[in-house]
Design a protein around this ligand. Sequence first.
Ligand code: GLU
Length: 443
Amino acid sequence: MKVRFAPSPTGKIHVGNVRAALFNWLFVRKAGGTFLLRIDDTDFARSTAENEDGIRRDLSWLGLTWDEQARQSDRTAIYDAAAEKLKAAGLLYPCYETAEELERKRKIALSRGRPPVYDRAALSLTADDRAKLEAEGQRPHWRFKLSGNRVAWSDLIRGEQTVDTGSMSDPVLIRADGAYLYTLPSVVDDVDLQITHVIRGEDHVTNTGAQIEIFEALSGTRPVFGHYSLLVGADGEALSKRLGSLSIEGLRADGLDPMAVLSLLARLGTSDPVEPVADRAVLVERFDITRIGRAPARFDPEDVVRLSAQLLHARSYEAVKADLVALDADLGEPFWLAVRANLAKVADVSAWVPVVTGPLTPVITDAAVTDAAARLVPEGELTPESWSGFVAAVKDATGAKGKGLFMPLRQALTGMDHGPEMGPLFALIGAERARARLSGQTA
Ligand code: GLU
């Protein structure tokens, strides 16, 4: 089994692209097979090395490892050979219409209530006509001659599919400047690199009809196809316009957990619930392509934020230690366990470091409570269990209770009016610092 993820390096990759990468990756990791990263850079003008590097960086951050790689711009000779084969078979023919002419024909067809399908006028050009056009300096673009039959395949996701190539324009495979469009190189690569399964968005369904005819024309083995429905925004609108702000680079810069992105994308559009999964192997094990439905999948960036926080709240000290060291916030396991439930992103941990290490300026809102409390801090080493006895003693001494008791203590000890459970934090702050802060001193 062999699949490919085939991004075009014409921009940054976004959640829509990652869904393609992830479905292919989960599918092949589960079955055992090869994942090819194919860079579709036939559009020379818009493809950049920087975007290509960005794709690799984003996939690496997500942990979507590839076993092989290929770049279409390195493979032109193979496409040339395929094009010659199609030309020899009379299936790739030169056309000389300009963009304006084609647009005019399209409008006329529409105004007559006909589908705007290319009329194949170029097929009736004689050798003399062509020679004349060439002599005038016109360079042809080349179209593939569709059969006009129904093409059928059994889709992994959509079930039995048919596309009527009689209702489609013959696709342009080679532009007038000699550049290949995506359609032919993709088929040639799928054959030559022995791709067994193509999982891609349903925006390619019609294209698949044409490509299956090209597979046949080249006597290549066609892969099995699966077309999933596209992502839409939480409001049901197409995501395409907003995808720029949903780049993987952006999610990474926001400090979100790559596993939150994968956990969400693995389940969106399936009949299974979205849940935070910290381990890619678990996603692989639970993946089942037949669970992907045909309804559009709603993507809400807030879900990534929520899943990322949930994953953080469950993260062990061992798993987070390197991040804490990098943030200069590694105060040991008890500290991590005390604060993790209060964090949305791992970098938020920094706010809690001075609470434990000082110096921190206390917030005194009820001096009667905190002055009494300062004298009641137990002697010696505090443990998380010290807190309840201490609070009971302050309550007895001052008569304060409920919020009127807890809030002044929290504000004096942490400088904040919200935060983690106080018991573990009290032990981490320690008796000496607690006494000073309750007395209003910076400590
Ligand atoms: N480069 C193509 C795209 O991004 C690949 C489509 C395919 O998977 O065949 O749409």
